[in-house]
Design a protein around this ligand. Sequence first.
Ligand code: T1G
Length: 699
Amino acid sequence: MTADYKVHGDIAVITLNNPPVNGLGYATRVALTDGLSKANDDVAVKAIVITGAGTAFSGGADIKEFGSPKALQEPNLLSVILTIENSAKPVIAAIHSVCMGGGLELSLGCHYRIAAPGCSVALPEVKLGLLPGAGGTQRLPRALGVEPALNMIVSGEPVKSELLAMLPGQQLFNKMASSAESLLSEALAYASEVAQIRPLPLVRNLPCKHPQGDAYFQFARNMVGGMSKNFPAPLKCVDAVEAAAKKKFDDGLLTERELFINLMWTPESRSLRHIFMAQRAASKIPDVPADTPQRAINAIAVIGAGTMGGGISMNFLNAGIAVKMLEMKQDALDRGVATIRKNYEAQVKKGKLKQDKYEQRISLLSTTLSYDDLKDADMVIEAVFEEIGVKEAVFKELDRVMKPGAILASNTSTLDVNKIASFTKRPQDVVGMHFFSPANVMKLLEVIRGAKTAKDVLATVMALAKKIKKTAVVSGVCDGFIGNRMIEQYGRQGGFLLDEGCTPAQVDKAVEKFGFAMGPFRMGDLAGNDIGWAIRKRRYLEKPNMKYSKTADLLCEKGRFGQKTGAGWYDYVAGKRDAIPNAEVVKMIEDHRASLGITPRKISDEEIVQRLVYSLVNEAAHILEDGIASKASDIDMVYLMGYGFPIWRGGPMNYADEVGLFNVVQAMHRFAQNPLDDARFWQPAPLLAKLAAEGKTFN
Ligand code: T1G
């Protein structure tokens, strides 16, 4: 189904019907055009109403069509809108719920617009690295005024229909319906009202001027340019709207078209569109049907009131879910609750949280020292010390007290979830939920699927993740799951680079120029170098022949754990985060290098970035081969949401696709020649080698 046609009296109603959000795909555009000509040919029809079935008027162009010839196939959106404007009979858009992108542009081509209150109206193309490409940058300024229109186009953020209707002088909505339920009947009545009015009003004929013209657009450029340095689209939005204010309509439309097509082919837009689809694909688990029944989760228990336990609890309190926090000692509980209160109070002080909301959330928090109080919880998440013996004791207790059907989740970041499940008599109810610190801030949640984890447990946890606004990615069980398994290789390369001639600052600056939020050494100082130290001790006992640089161990032996000890790879001044290079550390690295008989060499930023990023890509290819991750785009989401990979590069796998897998493999062959590196690691993973040989991509 793409669009339904029905005549009510003497009004034709065309209903867009392309679930889930009436994306204006090719078939929908054809059906809409057919409906318009049918209505114009029918002498009994006096006016035409366009509306949307289901929960949207229209979410815009069909993003799933992007990059395919269908997206621009005639009748493309511009032609459909022109057909509407040239209709001999008035066309009225009846808008509700969601009216975005091409959907809003379609309505702007109509002669009249009636909107239900509560409708989210947006031109979000900029979030896809684009700009409205079907007249939105030319018509919205005419309907709303230059400044409100430019704000909407540059931000891409939705605005409620009733707020737009209140803008002085706006001509976006000719009429507001009293509700979404009465929208159609009110639209039919309105259509009868305007059926005979001529000439038919066209948004394109409205004036579009800005009193301060050049000065305003210069100001807009300065503002927008400052916040969008890695994204070309926002500044192009300013160019397009300036064209609306300075050129004739059709010339402005040509400018918009040229800007749109150019943006469509930028790597940044490809990355942002990839992320849009990857984010939604992550919630789909290949062998767990979308309609898998979920377990009801109304009350959650959290074991451990430390940094992680407190942060985890806040996620659920924020979503209105009751949390009972358990600790072994009252003072630990009191500290945990105090920290949560402090976090909320800081948000209230900054005006980010209303006092009544804070009180409502904190009222959902209760505490206990006894496991027996957890028996009614629907789910429990343990965030206790990362040691398998402690986990065993906790899960044995949980197995004893939790009601049948309760989900038992572990926040472990490296331990074996299958082993943890084996401590209980209900391994099917055990799952890993790896939050990233700070747990109430970081968007990423790795959901660790044990060998016996039940499908409805996974479906329940994925739905819950969406409710607490996390991007959940399913990982199988292996050392480090997805993100930490990859970062091990990234960290090894960082160490080799120091041994071969780099300073920590040089490596960090190179990857931060590439776009990472933080280089590996600043990140180590933030997370705590002792964490990596403990993992290396355990890991390299299991893999004695794994080659790695000893510099990080030497640093930890000096107690330089990072910001928490005021010194790590860098020095820190109390209360500040600036990383100050330390001559002693550089000397320690040089001495260590000399002890290995290594003559330092100058290493380019390009080699630094390639070795760090391609080490992620190669390990990720193994992760895909091992079935730990089900799709490359999931790995992109892990690195974008949890490890500060630059958004405009779309994630390590998307970036490797952009570079070309053949080129990635060529570089890896070069790295394998370096005797100080790990030639074995640089053998391309078979999947990567295969895709490269076949000229294919990960995504
Ligand atoms: N095209 C195709 N599918 C879309 C879509 C779209 N525009 N928008 C959403 N979907 C799918 C999405 O993939 C998911 O699919 C399902 O709908 C629910 O989405 C020329 C070129 C509309 C506010 O950028 O902001 O018009 O996973 O989980 O939270 O100028 O989706 O179920 O298979 O997000 O209720 C501009 C993007 C396009 C709007 C609904 N439009 N979408 O949010 O559900 S470019 C957008 C959204 C354009 C013209 C240009 C949101 C939503 P699945 P969801 P939601």
